[in-house]
Ligand binder design. Structure first.
Ligand code: FES
Length: 105
């Protein structure tokens, strides 16, 4: 039994413009974090926490989201992707395979 059924970490790390690694903030990480947080509350998804995270070290794939304890990692490029993750993973309990990151990425 875990404290949270879904602990969602959304990378909102910001780097200076032009930085070679880029960052998830420049790809909308904060907007996606805010959206997930508001919708999870609105939908009253139980035992679910949405947190901002620092760099998850997969910057070129951002916006990066990691959900534990399932250890599911996503590339979330839009509010539509975020809604899919909400509906299918957090509500429905099935990962969104089309958005999942592979372990070797
Ligand atoms: S800046 Fe988001 S994973 Fe590194």
């Amino acid at each position: 039994m875990t404290f949270y059924h879904h602990h969602v970490f959304v990378c909102t790390n910001r780097r200076a413009d032009g930085h070679s690694q880029g960052c998830c903030a420049s790809k909308g990480g904060e907007k996606i974090r805010d959206y997930l947080k508001a919708r999870a509350k609105e939908l009253k998804i139980p035992q679910t926490r949405i947190n901002a995270a620092g760099c998850l070290d997969r910057c070129h794939l951002g916006v990066v989201i990691a959900i534990y304890p399932q250890e599911t990692w996503y590339q979330c490029n839009s509010i539509e992707d975020a809604e899919k993750i909400l509906q299918e993973h957090l509500v429905g309990g099935s990962p969104v395979t089309a958005l999942q990151l592979r372990d070797d990425q």
